[in-house]
Ligand binder design. Structure first.
Ligand SMILES: [Zn+2]
Length: 362
């Protein structure tokens, strides 16, 4: 959808003033407040702006490229204020009352723990050598053209980032609190996070499904289908990477290749058609078997959804998890509450029935 030319600003009349209450379409309609008109940011095309920047009630800040009713419309009914603490207590009670728990977690779970792809501060601390290439946040490295042109830089950065995503131990209590909350109950984790934090904070690796891949695994980028541990490669590449330039010294350590066929390899992350996921299939099946067995035994299952945005790949974990409940012919009620988590935008919804419970925090 095209944006507005900055040059047309004076002659363009927008429908909503700053401070107006609106609804934004981000996969579903959510309430928010206009934060700015004719909004610009660094990665916009030169001379272009978005009609609005909008602060959503649940905390995320988004922009609408055009002043279109398909994107932003007047908020007709203010949402009923939520008693956050009461809802959180209810969600906690659902988990406590459950016989088994499924945790469905997205990026918002790892942000307080220190894996924040939007943080300029973290990027500067961990990857100072990348600043000279004009990058400011981990997100900026996605699709970065410099990686295509320079494999030494690509591997230097990716293995440094891979190191944090395979070895970093968080001090933030988020993951540990969740582990304590689950306690001795049988559980399964489905997470889009490739950072391995569940496994490093006390969750059993055999009970985690990571459909988006994991930094602890490399894969062939060709057609041989080989997947293998990344840990040795990460250590070797880091030992031969100049931190000032983030470039791998390929005279001492050649660019890693698939050990099976000798072709290019890459981290096993879902970034395109090359992604191999067949080795995660057993975990997906194990999770569904876990859910089916729990419900078939007449037990109460709580599904806790944490840190999954409504507009950032909800199809990976969020929608499938909602399907899990929809497919079961059991009545359920729902709870919805924004939570006061410190860094991410968060909202929690929870639903329960005699057999299942769904709690959501994003
Ligand atoms: Zn291969």
């Amino acid at each position: 959808m095209s944006m507005i030319k900055l040059a047309d600003r004076a002659s363009t009349q927008l429908r909503f003033a700053v401070g107006a209450r609106v609804e934004c379409f981000v996969g579903e309609w959510v309430p928010g407040t206009i934060a700015a008109q004719f909004y610009t940011q660094d990665d916009f095309p030169d001379g272009m702006c978005a009609a609005y920047q909008i602060e959503l009630d649940e905390g995320d800040v988004v922009f609408a490229p055009q002043d279109s009713d398909k994107l932003v419309r007047k908020l007709m009914h203010e949402p009923t204020p939520i008693d956050e603490n009461a809802e959180l207590r209810r969600a906690a009670a659902l988990i406590s009352d459950a016989d088994a728990v499924v945790i469905a977690a997205g990026a918002g779970m790892s942000i307080p723990a220190g894996i924040d792809y939007t943080s300029e501060k973290i990027f500067k601390e961990r990857y100072p050598g990348m600043l000279q290439y004009g990058l400011r946040r981990c997100y900026d490295t996605f699709g970065f053209s410099g990686f295509r042109e320079n494999k030494a830089l690509n591997w230097g950065y990716m293995c440094e980032h891979g190191h944090y995503s395979t070895a970093f131990i968080p001090t933030d209590p988020t993951y540990y609190t969740l582990r304590k909350l689950v306690g001795d109950k049988p559980y399964f984790v489905a997470t889009s996070n490739a950072d391995g934090l569940f496994a490093r904070t006390g969750f059993d690796r055999e009970r985690i499904w990571t459909p988006q891949g994991s930094y602890d695994t490399l894969q062939c980028k060709n057609s041989c289908g080989h997947v293998f541990s990344s840990l040795e490669t990460i250590a070797k590449v880091r030992a031969n990477t100049d931190k000032a330039t983030m470039m791998l010294d390929t005279s001492r350590c050649p660019v890693p290749k698939c050990p099976n066929c000798g072709n290019d390899c890459c981290f096993n992350l879902n970034g395109g058609a090359y992604y191999i996921n067949k080795h995660w299939e057993k975990d997906r099946k194990a999770m569904h078997a876990f859910i089916d067995e729990t419900l078939a035994a007449g037990k109460k299952l709580a599904i806790l959804e944490v840190g999954i945005s409504v507009y950032n790949t909800p199809g990976v974990i969020r929608y499938p998890m909602e399907q899990v409940l929809r497919r079961r012919p059991t009545p359920r009620s729902s709870v919805s509450t924004p939570t006061g988590a410190p860094t991410a935008s968060h909202a929690m919804r929870a639903g329960t029935s005699s057999q299942s419970a769904l709690c959501r925090s994003q």
